[in-house]
Design a protein around this ligand. Structure first.
Ligand SMILES: [Mn+2]
Length: 429
């Protein structure tokens, strides 16, 4: 398997940090042991934990006001795969890439070959019927799968079926559908009719799904439509998954809710009714900000993982959520942001594994609110960095991914090879 950053360089960076890490790991191990927790068992689970990188995340993002490209941005999906390979090499937490079609359209066999050079696989396929592709016959300006015009709906269905076809060659096992359909003005759209059209179109997409695939529908409260969206919340999303069938699940993008919504409870509900498909991890302050996971409210991320670990440990039937990042990096090097975001997601998982669930249950049953919440806090307050770093070291990654990345000078190297792309225009990537 090929490495983009020299393995010697990673080894050298690790060698300088290894002795301190071993001391920190032993010290944390002793403290966890006092709590009845075996640190190696937690590390084993962390090593197996993976989160997919969105291909669109390795380019510099932007807002509707402007986009300020960084140096050495990927020019095409093959450059993007190389950037994803760097993230995986240093974190060992991101073995798969999630593609967006048509942005990443290329010969599927070539794509497969490019990824396998670096040991990368492909996660869920993402369709795009929220913007118009070049030379597209009918516009999605007024919607796609829920469009009033049957021809436009047909085109959107065909596009989703094409994404499934590409994904079959790549070894993907899921299709994520997020639509921009909705309205900007009261009265613009008949809510019931639009939802009916969406369901009918999605039934056609679902019918094209291979037996071992899953269909993820992603809800979002607003944007690009600002008055109503067709798939606005988890309740609507749950109805969709119920209507479509056993292979249909709800995808929770953390940024797609109103501020302060109790997302961890939504997660619990979807687990309970076997319809949690997976996540788009990111963080937000005000809306769908697509900020780095754990950068604004790490406690919320922990509380989401508290529900996930609870389901994992209790052996909830059919529980197998997909983990994906979905972020827009406007002011940072996307590779650095994605590496740290993957680590933040891992961190929340590790912390949630430390919750004393037996004690928590006792406090819940005896209505001891204070001790119940302190039980969660005790896990959350634990600095699990030595566990994460040791997991990376043992699997061939970097103890400090950002330091190793900077030492390797990767961004400067690709900046010399990849001509600068034009900035200026607004653009979600
Ligand atoms: Mn998303």
């Amino acid at each position: 398997m090929e490495h983009i950053i020299s393995a010697d360089l990673v080894d050298k960076d690790n060698a300088a940090r290894k002795a301190n890490l071993e001391r920190d790991y032993a010290s944390l191990g002793e403290r966890l042991d006092r709590r009845g927790i075996a640190i190696d068992a937690i590390r084993d689970k962390v090593e197996k934990f993976a989160v997919a990188i969105p291909s669109w995340g390795v380019g510099t993002g932007g807002t509707r006001f402007a986009r300020f490209p960084g140096a050495g941005e990927p020019r095409d999906i093959f450059d993007k795969i190389e950037d994803c390979a760097v993230i995986q090499q240093l974190t060992q937490a991101t073995p798969t890439v999630s593609l967006h079609i048509p942005w990443d359209k290329a010969d599927p066999n070539r794509l497969k070959q490019a990824a396998s050079r670096f040991g990368l696989g492909f996660d869920a396929m993402n369709s795009n019927t929220f913007s118009d592709a070049k030379d597209q016959k009918l516009s999605y300006k007024f919607g796609s799968l829920a469009h009033a015009d049957a021809g436009t709906r047909r085109q959107a269905v065909e596009h989703n079926l094409e994404c499934i076809e590409i994904g079959k060659t790549l070894g993907s096992k899921a299709l994520t559908v997020w639509i921009g359909d909705g309205s900007n003005f009261p009265g613009q759209v008949n809510f019931a009719k639009a939802f009916e059209r969406y369901l009918d179109a999605m039934k056609e997409v679902y019918a094209g799904l291979p037996a071992d695939w899953k269909l993820f529908s992603e809800h979002k409260m607003y944007e690009p439509a600002f008055y109503s969206t067709v798939v606005q919340d988890w309740g609507t999303n749950y109805m969709i998954a119920q209507e479509l069938g056993d292979k249909a699940f709800c995808l929770v993008d953390l940024g797609h809710h109103a501020p302060n919504v109790n997302i961890e409870m939504i997660v619990s509900r979807l687990i309970q009714f076997k319809k949690l498909g997976g996540f788009h991890f990111n963080d937000s302050k005000y809306g769908d900000d697509d900020l780095d996971a754990g950068s604004i409210d790490p406690y919320r991320l922990f509380l989401v993982f508290n529900e996930l670990v609870d389901a994992e440990l209790s052996g909830a039937e059919g529980f197998d959520p997909a983990h994906m990042l979905d972020q827009s990096h406007n002011v940072t090097d996307p590779i650095e942001s994605l590496m740290l975001s993957a680590v933040e997601v891992q961190r929340a998982y590790a912390q949630a594994l430390l919750v004393d669930r037996k004690a928590l249950e006792g406090f819940q049953d005896s209505n001891d609110a204070l001790m119940a919440t302190q039980t969660l806090k005790a896990a959350y307050r634990t600095d699990v960095e030595p566990i994460l770093a040791m997991a990376r070291l043992k699997t061939g990654g970097a103890i400090d991914p950002v330091a190793a990345y900077r030492a390797a000078g990767y961004r400067a190297k690709v900046a010399a090879e990849r001509p600068a792309v034009a900035g200026g225009s607004g653009g979600i990537v």
